[in-house]
Every structure is written in C-alpha cells, then in structure tokens.
Design a protein around this ligand. Structure first.
Ligand SMILES: [Zn+2]
Length: 144
C-alpha cells in the first residue's frame, strides 16, 4: 500500500529531526495531504500510528488536513481544482477500469496528472500545480 510508504517517509523525516537535535520532543504533527494523491485517510492514519509506534513515537498526535489541489494554466492563467479534473475524467474516460488505472497512476505518481489533464479553459498541457500536490509535514509542535 502506498499509504504505508508515505507513513514511513513522514516518520523517517521526524526521526531525522530528532536525531539532528532540531527538536527534542515531538507532540503533534500536522500533515497536509493534497487531494490529488487520493490517500485513504483511515489507512494512512493507522499506518502513521503503527510506524510511529515502532520508533518510540507512539505519543505523537497526527493531525491530517486535506488540501484541495489547485492548478494554474501557464498560457491563459485559468485556475482549476482536482474536483474539476475528476469530473472531466469521468466525462472523457467512459471505461471504469481505464478510469481506475488512470487515477491509480496519479495516486502513485502525482505528476502523471499532466499526462491525463489539460487546461479546461484553453486546452493547454502547460500548467502548474499551485497547491496540494503532495503529502508533506505542514507543522510540528514540540519542544526545541
Ligand atoms: Zn489555459
């Protein structure tokens, strides 16, 4: 499961911070999850707790915040969201299996979205993700 490997990388980033002495004790971690990544939040939460427990971080509270993914066209400046991409894909890809494969590949490699989506306003493939592209640590509450 991809959720598990994401949990491993978050916990390993926390361990690095502790090892480097950048923080003494971690109380709470806010994790921002871009909608584009389509994380199963229940599995992710469970994975975080289990992996953290393996590394003596069982007291850390994890708060997961979902962030809407937003795109901006480099050609016309139009801004749209992951919700728009989903609607468009549902419209364009009739075969549910094919749609599942497409969403799965974006889940595993977020940049794959560029292969499937165009600017809804002008059709350009040249756009950027301005928010909610990945899974990252938004904030750490602890003792320095
Ligand atoms: Zn455009």
């Amino acid at each position: 499961m991809h959720e598990w490997s994401l949990a491993y990388s978050i916990v390993s980033a926390l361990l690095d911070l502790l090892r480097e002495g950048k923080v003494k004790k971690i109380r709470k971690v806010v994790i921002e999850v871009g909608k584009l990544v389509q994380i199963d939040l229940d599995i992710f939460r469970q994975a975080l707790q289990e992996v953290a427990g393996l590394h003596n971080l069982q007291d850390v509270e994890f708060e997961i915040q979902e962030v809407e993914t937003r795109f901006r066209c480099s050609r016309c400046g139009y801004v749209w969201t992951w919700r728009d991409v989903l609607n468009k894909l549902a419209e364009e890809i009739q075969d549910p299996e094919l749609r599942k494969t497409c969403l799965e590949s974006i889940h595993l490699v977020p940049a794959a979205v560029f292969a499937y989506a165009r600017c809804p306003a002008c059709g350009s493939p040249d756009y950027e993700v301005i928010e909610g592209f990945d899974v990252k640590i938004g904030k750490i509450v602890g003792e320095v």
